[in-house]
Design a protein around this ligand. Structure first.
Ligand code: SF4
Length: 457
């Protein structure tokens, strides 16, 4: 018999037992499923991590983490218990090998980065930058990015219930870190949101609004509901997508009665007006898909919204094999009814080199996942090219593999190029991680031929 490169097996979802962690040994299921308990027990610093995991985690990890926070981290630490519990789900801290398993854990690698994870010579690419997608340059209203002709991104707030080490919006989202300060919105939230709705009323060519942040789960429900109701009142808006990683990281939020009934009200109005509301979440690893996450996704679908979709990020050590991506997609599809949609290449922010993949690797992953999932649920692997937008990884125009520079073209003007006659003729660049280049390519960047390393703050 000839083996297939990937063998599908349906796996039952399981909630790891949080009582294996010393700090949560006495926590009841009722507390675990309470959003208030989850928010109150998020891990925000090393002291709290030590309290939860205890002495089973070697001191070398805590020291490694402390050094990362002092010298590299662009995001502060904020991890809900729900996410901590999915790290090393099959071992308790007292078991032999726990520290090595914690280091290797796919969720730990991007939620609790350690100094030794990062590349010693190239923690950042010389062309990395804050706001690497130039979203703020494309704000006609503070927080409203108008990059594509028919769609906008509305950043309603700058916080999340969880902070991911690789966050693209590290410029804006979260608390300042030792090496990174954060942009602070100048207008009050109410003024910004009102100005966004005014802009959309005045621009009927925009039919699709991604409502994001941050994470919409951190906005009081009544404020989110009134903003979405405002969108539903604009005839030209046909698609509304609510961005929340918390559907996975804090499913307890999406299971509360207030949120469920509020979403049902919005879904009813949307159906009446023929508008599609969807939730877009951000799951990178199969172990994050637990029964509670599946319950939250299904609860949202039961309100009558159109879909729940996943936009993951390709990260080295987390999901950089076809088997890991396919395991994740099948768990999402089979048991949580979440549609696999995109896997993004990690953006070129400072400190992200050890997470990023090369374009060639991303193309290979797209190749290798084809044919297993239904076509409608086969995610596209995309590169978000600065000043361009999402491109499928096989759409590259030219690719210099020696220097790790890919060249891309586009077929529309972003908000900053409306008067630029040559915008559609130019090529736009994206860069592979330097440590994955052949020696000659590494030498080129080492020689200083590229731009100097971007300042982090
Ligand atoms: S949830 Fe999204 S916006 Fe929030 S820190 Fe993670 S990647 Fe950034």
């Amino acid at each position: 018999m000839i083996d297939q490169p990937y063998v599908y097996r349906h796996r039952e979802l399981a909630e790891p037992d949080w009582r294996r962690l010393p700090g949560w040994a006495d926590v009841t299921a009722r507390d675990w499923e309470s959003v208030q308990w989850q928010r109150a027990h998020c891990v925000k610093n090393i002291r709290q991590l030590r309290h939860v995991v205890g002495g089973g985690l070697d001191e070398r990890f805590y020291a490694d983490l402390e050094r990362d926070q002092a010298e590299r981290a662009t995001m502060s630490m904020l991890v809900p218990p729900q996410m901590i519990n999915t790290m090393v789900p099959d071992l308790s801290p007292a078991d032999p090998g726990f520290t090595d398993a914690f280091y290797a854990d796919p969720v730990r690698r991007y939620m609790i980065p350690a100094f030794s994870d990062r590349h010693p010579e190239w923690p950042s690419h010389p062309r990395a930058s804050r706001d690497s997608l130039h979203e703020a340059e494309m704000w006609p209203v503070e927080g409203l990015t108008h990059r594509y002709p028919t769609k906008v991104l509305a950043e309603l707030l700058a916080t999340c219930p969880q902070y991911c080490g690789h966050c693209t919006r590290m410029d804006l989202v979260g608390n300042p870190t030792t090496v990174t300060d954060k942009y602070r919105f100048e207008l009050s939230r109410d003024d910004r949101l009102a100005a966004m709705l005014d802009y959309l009323r005045a621009h009927p060519g925009v039919r699709d609004v991604v409502v994001s942040g941050g994470d919409v789960a951190n906005l009081p429900w009544s404020r989110l509901e009134s903003f979405v109701a405002g969108l539903l009142d604009i005839d030209s808006v046909r698609d509304i997508r609510l961005a929340t990683k918390a559907l996975m990281a804090l499913p307890q939020h999406w299971l509360t009665d207030d949120v469920r009934s509020g979403m049902a009200r919005l879904a009813a109005v949307a159906r009446q007006r023929d508008v599609s509301i969807a939730i877009h979440t951000h799951v990178n690893s199969v172990q994050s898909v637990t029964p509670l996450v599946a319950r939250a996704a299904k609860a949202m679908l039961e309100t009558g919204i159109r879909d729940v979709r996943n936009q993951g990020v390709l990260l080295r050590g987390t999901n950089d094999t076809a088997a890991r991506l396919l395991d994740l997609c099948f768990a999402l599809l089979d048991d949580a009814k979440i549609m696999p949609y995109y896997f993004y290449m990690c953006d070129m922010i400072p400190g992200s080199e050890h997470w990023r993949l090369s374009l060639a690797q991303a193309q290979q992953l797209q190749h290798d996942i084809m044919g297993y999932l239904p076509g409608f649920a086969t995610p596209r692997v995309v590169c978000d090219v600065p000043y361009v937008g999402k491109r499928w990884v096989h759409q590259v125009a030219r690719y210099d593999r020696e220097l790790g520079i890919s060249y891309w073209t586009k077929n529309y003007r972003t908000g900053v190029e409306l008067d630029d006659a040559f915008a559609l003729e130019r090529e736009y660049e994206y860069y592979d991680p330097i440590d994955l280049l052949p020696e000659s390519g590494q030498k080129y960047w080492r020689s200083g031929a590229g731009a100097p390393v971007a300042a982090v703050s």
